[in-house]
Design a protein. Structure first.
Lengths: 447, 463
């Protein structure tokens, strides 16, 4: 599904135009991507889609002022207008006192396994067959659900060129699948979802996704309200993922170093018991969030983010690193629209020595949280979220599903109250790893 | 471009499509970011391309491209036809559309001041003035941000029903965020304004009222308390009511989710779904952020009454959902860009006003919570469970607002909540310009409500 679109020529043209405009720094980022997707709605497959996307983005700096422009057309006149706007805007922008420059070239180790030929060669007909398998597997568990979901495969190639001498071309494939069956029994609803994503098609088990989604949906029948109280909760890997990603966002880039997040004050400080260790590794072969270089051409690396419960570093791009007076950690993120942020790659929480089964059996009364968005207010760190899917635990046993139950508090209090981490967990896309986590006490608001 | 789109549609029919649509999309926009008194970044972007959608052998196929050559568009058509054919033998939802009278029209929304005629320097100056009003509000103000965006969106819809409609819509958005700080306590306040408009919208902003209000919220939240937990009578302001009507109920009335089995009201047409005080309207004809004249299938927009006096009277429809459900098309299909097929979307959604004042709504509440300003909300339509996060709240004691509260969210079952509406104010405001996400597509919307009273809502908090 790929064709060889020339990215270098428009990028070099833009760079030549920028060089002649007397900018202090600039970079040009061009991306070509192609994706195929199959959509599911209602009783089964609904549509098939094919997309070609192409874009060129420019960052230009003059007297520390930033001008950004992008175009989805690589026609010469559009490239010229894009450069012209970026230059004009850089001149109109005011000096950003924190800006120190953009990175120069450095050589990264190759990260193998990021491009899957099977994905590149996949046809929509074959993709339709994979989605059918996912639905059939759900139907085998229980016939008659209404569905929402689908799958997407994609290929992308990017080219980065900077005034500091960086010239990098990277390519990558991706596949994602998702299905959400809904069963009805009178007024009662059983609904849940399952997903997976990866670099290579072979890593996705479509039947397992369909089967698990249906099983999880059926478990949601008979949900009941739970009274307000302060109880332990157990996060399964999918809710651990949400819990951890809030912290990762809060320690990323400009907001973290400009002291605008709840975690800003805690660099070098203990936020959780010593059992908590989190690493970020953008160099894992074949992993979904791996790449040889970040969005500014800086080599990816393994970064221990939390060690023995202590925040060891923030995740930087060159801008935030410049403010903090440290080296960038290679966490720049960008697309062709020009703005560069910072964020995690493959996040891995170190397994503990407990197990989900033990956590449940040792809980007299608590809630098993299988799906919840636990992202707090990034500034205050306070949160109040609905447990979208969960189960009451009583006498060490998983009982009925819960409904209209909310969890709230300060997210860092939840980190302090981490009691157990399981040895088993879920690996996603060969890169992310999330275990189950038991939190000793959390405030719950219910019926 | 129109000729090329018509050529593609003709070729689609020749290739065996029973329906073919070629849609050109172009969005040009400028951005300015001001942070703590420095306009540190200015941006510009062009999004442009064509999406081709077909029905072949009872299946939908869709393809899009940014490359606007005849050859590339023909390849996109071939991809779309191939996509539909690849599903021809698969079990699934049969693709169909309702036959409508074709529309041929060109619409340009008039503006007083074209943003392209205002220099970047002048825009920067205006944003700095807006930002300054927040920064000087108090010593407790730590950081101030103002973002400006002007965007002009051109859509040309050409389809095999004979429709050929072009609409160009200008929009302006200004957003102010303020972070306040005292010791380790940091809070955030924000304000935003946005509409289908030219630059005149910016000229009408009074910085002290707009960004000053964001700063005031951020600073006052430093002294606010955590909310109580449990079930309360709540009074919602126009923004919280707007968030609720859009998230908790509106999505359930989108025709594609209804025929796709994802709505809790799919079998409630003509039945009572709310207290008889409640009427719900979606109106793309109102000049608010969700305004348009034609939807992205080329159907003329009209005002939709969804719930009348508590009874469900209509859903929102695309050509497809109208055909599936035997209804009239409602002009409610829109797409984020050429890369997305049109799906059913809300526009300007609101609770219709009643006849009470806020004082009358509050007066007989012994203990409750007054909710003000919306942060975000989401709904699991198939379960009918909603969550709304609000900016700030106050305890209601004996009809009076007393303790200031922060980090408040509410949760509940949509239909239970709507049946428990016991008061509706007369002070309707539709002032929530934003972008709503659905199925990976973001679309311009607005929402609002008068003050309203709901009984038995779960309030989450850490007290």
């Amino acid at each position: 599904m790929t064709e060889r679109i020339d990215l270098a020529t428009p990028a070099e043209k833009a760079a030549r135009l920028l060089s002649a405009m007397n900018m202090d720094f600039f970079d040009v980022y061009v991306v070509y991507s192609r994706s195929l997707s199959i959509g599911v709605l209602g009783r089964g497959i609904r549509d098939a889609k094919s997309r070609i996307d192409l874009g060129l983005g420019v960052r230009a700096y003059k007297n520390r002022g930033l001008g950004v422009a992008f175009s989805q057309s690589l026609e010469p006149e559009d490239v010229e207008e894009t450069v012209d706007r970026a230059v004009r805007f850089a001149r109109a922008a005011q000096p950003d006192p924190y800006f120190k420059g953009i990175p120069g070239p450095s050589k990264a180790e190759d990260v193998p396994g990021l491009c899957d030929k099977e994905i590149i060669c996949l046809t929509l007909e074959e993709a339709g067959e994979l989605v059918k398998r996912m639905i059939d597997a759900a139907e085998e568990v229980r016939h008659g659900a209404m569905y929402r979901g689908g799958m997407t495969v994609g290929y992308s190639r990017s080219y980065l060129l900077t005034s500091t001498g960086v010239s990098i071309e990277m390519e990558k494939t991706s596949v994602s699948a998702f299905i959400e069956p809904t069963y009805r029994r009178g007024d009662d609803v059983g609904s849940s979802y399952e997903y997976d994503y990866a670099v290579s098609l072979a890593e996705i088990d479509f039947e397992a996704i369909g089967r698990k989604a249906a099983e999880k949906a059926l478990e949601q029948f008979g949900s009941r309200r739970v009274k307000s109280g302060t109880l332990p909760i157990i996060l399964t890997p999918d809710s651990t993922s949400s819990f951890i990603s809030g912290l990762m966002l809060a320690i990323s880039g400009e907001s973290a170093v400009k002291k605008r997040t709840f975690a800003s004050r805690f660099l070098g400080k203990q936020i959780a018991p010593q059992i908590l260790e989190i690493v970020d590794d953008g160099t894992i072969p074949g992993a979904v969030a791996s790449s040889p270089y970040d969005g500014e051409g800086v080599p990816r690396r393994l970064t221990k983010v939390v060690g023995e419960g202590r925040i060891l570093t923030f995740l930087h791009n060159s801008y935030s690193a410049g403010i903090a007076g440290v080296e960038t950690t290679g966490h720049a993120r960008r697309d062709y629209r020009g703005y560069v942020g910072a964020g995690p790659t493959n996040v891995r929480v170190k397994p503990g020595d407990s197990s989900l089964e033990e956590m449940i059996s040792e809980t007299r009364k608590g809630v098993l949280v299988t799906n919840a968005s636990l992202i707090p207010n990034m500034v205050s760190g306070e949160f109040s979220s609905t447990i979208d899917e969960g189960f009451l635990i009583e006498g060490g046993e998983k009982k009925h599903p819960v409904k209209n139950l909310m969890v709230g508090g300060r997210i860092l209090e939840m980190y302090r109250n981490i009691e157990l981490i399981s040895k088993e967990g879920r690996t996603i896309g060969k890169g992310f790893f999330f275990p189950s986590i038991k939190i000793s006490r959390v405030k719950l608001a219910g019926g | 471009m129109k000729d090329l789109l018509e050529e593609i549609v003709d070729e689609g029919l020749k290739a065996g499509a029973s329906f073919c649509e070629a849609r050109f999309f172009e969005e040009r926009g400028n951005r300015i970011s001001v942070e703590n008194g420095v306009a540190k970044a200015l941006g510009f972007g062009i999004v442009r391309g064509v999406g081709v959608r077909v029905i072949v052998d009872g299946r939908w196929g869709f393809a899009s491209t940014n490359v606007l050559t005849r050859r590339s568009l023909k390849e996109a058509l071939a991809d779309a036809v191939g996509a539909a054919k690849s599903l021809a033998k698969r079990h699934g939802e049969e693709a169909e559309i309702i036959d409508v009278k074709p529309a041929v029209d060109t619409v340009h929304h008039k503006v007083r001041v074209n943003p392209e005629d205002v220099s970047p320097e002048e825009k920067v100056k205006a944003m700095l003035e807006i930002e300054k009003a927040a920064r000087v509000f108090s010593e407790r103000v730590k950081d101030t941000f103002v973002s400006y965006r002007d965007v002009s969106t051109k859509v040309i819809v050409c389809n095999s029903l004979g429709t050929l409609v072009e609409e160009t819509t200008p929009r302006i958005h200004v957003h102010c965020t303020v972070i306040s700080k005292r010791g380790g306590n940091m809070q955030v306040g924000f304000e935003s304004i946005g509409n289908v408009s030219g630059y005149e919208l910016v000229e009408r902003i009074h910085p002290e009222e707009f960004s000053g209000r964001a700063a005031e919220k951020a600073v006052r939240l430093l002294d606010a308390n955590p909310p109580p937990r449990g079930i309360y009578t709540v009074v919602t302001d126009p923004k919280v009511g707007g968030l609720f009507v859009h998230e908790a109920f509106g999505h359930n009335c989108e025709g594609d989710l209804v025929f796709g089995g994802q709505s809790i009201v799919s079998d409630r047409m003509g039945k009572r779904v709310a207290s008889d005080m409640v009427s719900i309207i979606d109106d793309p004809t109102q000049l608010r952020n969700g305004h348009y004249v034609y939807d992205h299938e080329g159907v003329r927009a009209k005002k939709h009454i969804i719930v009348k006096d508590g009874v469900l009277v209509s859903f929102l429809h695309s050509l497809e959902s109208a055909a599936k459900m035997g209804c009239e098309p409602q002009g409610s299909a829109r797409a984020q860009s050429h890369h997305h097929p049109p799906i059913v979307r809300m526009s300007n959604t609101y609770f219709a006003p009643g006849d009470m004042t806020l004082e009358e709504i509050l007066e007989d509440i012994k203990l409750g919570v007054y909710l003000s300003g919306s942060q975000y909300g989401y709904v699991e339509t198939q379960k009918g469970q909603f969550t709304c996060k609000v900016e700030q709240a106050w305890l209601i004691e004996k009809g009076e607002l007393t303790v200031h509260l922060r980090d408040v969210a509410i949760n509940g079952a949509t239909l239970e909540a709507l049946k428990n509406v016991t008061a509706v104010g007369k002070d309707l405001k539709i002032e929530m310009p934003g972008i709503c996400g659905k199925s990976g597509q973001g679309i311009y919307v607005d929402a609002g409500a008068p003050h309203m009273r709901f009984e038995g809502i779960v309030v989450g908090g850490r007290k």
